[in-house]
Design a protein around this ligand. Structure first.
Ligand SMILES: [Fe+2]
Length: 303
C-alpha cells in the first residue's frame, strides 16, 4: 500500500496498493467506517512503478506510474534492500490513471518518464483532470543515503520540480506545465482540496545547491492567485514538512498555523516551530525534551 492514504469528504478511507504476480495490478481500495475494504478498480501493468502516494480529488483518484519500475521476482528471491528491487526505465515513459470514484472506471494518459513521491493536489476541470506533482527526473533515493547527506552533498529531492499535468478528455497524452517553486513534502488545506483547486501550497525546500543548499532548511508557500512565492528560512537547522492545522471555524483557506519539526546542531532536543500559515511568521517554538528522529512527515490528531 502507498504510504499516504486519504479521506474523502464523506470520511471514507482510500489508498492504492500493488498486487504482484505474473501480471501486476494497481488496486484502488476504499473502506468505510466499519473497516471493510473494497477494491474499487484494478489497473494491470507488467512492472509497476515505485508507489509512495496517490492523489484524491472530489470525484477521481489519480495514480501515477513512476518509471522506477519494480522487478517482482526480486522481492521473492533477492533478499536485498527495498530500493534494490527497482530499475529506472525511462524509455517506457510513465502513465497517469484517473479512476472515477463512483463507478471505478479508469482513463489513462501517457507522460514522460517521471519519479514523484507526492502529489500537491488533483481536481476536476470540466471533463479534464488536473494533477500537480513534485517531480524528479530520475529516482533520487540514492541521494538520500545517509553518507551523502552527512557529507553535505545536495539532494535534488529537496527541490523537486512543481509540475502540472492536464489530463484532457479525448487526449492520449498528458499536457505538462511547469509551475513556480521547487520543493517537496507539499501540504495544502486538505478540506478545501477535496472541493476543488486550492489557492495555497506549503512545502519544505532548500537553497539552490549553487548557494550551498544541501537539505531541507526552509518552509515555502506558493499562492496560485498572486503567483507569489514566499519562504521562511530556519538558519542552521533542518526543517521538515510544514503540517497545516486550520483555525477552528476559519473561513480563509490559509487561516491557521503550520507545525514544522526542526533540529539544529546545538539544539538539546527537537523543536516544533509554529508558523502563521498566512504570513510564515513564527508565532511560537515548542522545545521538546528529546530529539525526535526525522520521519519526513508529521501527524496531527484533533482532540
Ligand atoms: Fe511521503
Amino acid at each position: 500500500m502507498a504510504a499516504h492514504p486519504a479521506l474523502d469528504a464523506q470520511g471514507r478511507w482510500w489508498n492504492v496498493g500493488i498486487r504482484f504476480g505474473r501480471r501486476c495490478e494497481y488496486l484502488l481500495v476504499s473502506a468505510d467506517r466499519s473497516g471493510e475494504r473494497r477494491v474499487k478498480a484494478s489497473i494491470g501493468c507488467e512492472r509497476p512503478g515505485y508507489l509512495h502516494a496517490f492523489a484524491l480529488g472530489a470525484r477521481h483518484a489519480v495514480i501515477w506510474e513512476c518509471a522506477w519500475r519494480a522487478h517482482p521476482l526480486r522481492f521473492l528471491f533477492a533478499g536485498e534492500s527495498y530500493a534494490r528491487h527497482f530499475d529506472w526505465l525511462p524509455e517506457q515513459g510513465s502513465r497517469l490513471h484517473a479512476v472515477d470514484l463512483a463507478d471505478g472506471s479508469v482513463r489513462s494518459w501517457e507522460a514522460p518518464a517521471l519519479f514523484a513521491f507526492h502529489a500537491v493536489q488533483a481536481y476536476e476541470q470540466g471533463n479534464d483532470i488536473v494533477l500537480d506533482l513534485c517531480v524528479d527526473a530520475a529516482p533520487v533515493v540514492e541521494e538520500l543515503g545517509i553518507e551523502r547527506l552527512r557529507a553535505g552533498v545536495p539532494a535534488a529531492a529537496t527541490r523537486a520540480r512543481h509540475v502540472r499535468f492536464v489530463l484532457a478528455a479525448g487526449q492520449s497524452a498528458a499536457r505538462e506545465e511547469t509551475l513556480p517553486g521547487r520543493f517537496e513534502l507539499p501540504q495544502v488545506n486538505t478540506r478545501r482540496a477535496l472541493a476543488g483547486p486550492v489557492r495555497h501550497v506549503w512545502a519544505a525546500s532548500a537553497a539552490d545547491p549553487a548557494e550551498g543548499g544541501a537539505f531541507f532548511d526552509r518552509t515555502v508557500k506558493f499562492d496560485h492567485a498572486s503567483g507569489r512565492l514566499s519562504e521562511h528560512v530556519f538558519e542552521g537547522a533542518v526543517a521538515l514538512e510544514p503540517l497545516f492545522v486550520p483555525r477552528p471555524g476559519a473561513s480563509a483557506e490559509d487561516d491557521g498555523v503550520l507545525l514544522v519539526h526542526t533540529l539544529a546542531d546545538d539544539d538539546a532536543g527537537s523543536v516544533v516551530r509554529v508558523l502563521d500559515a498566512a504570513t510564515l511568521q513564527e508565532r511560537a517554538a515548542v522545545e521538546l525534551p528529546c530529539v525526535v528522529p526525522f520521519g519526513f512527515h508529521g501527524a496531527w490528531v484533533g482532540s
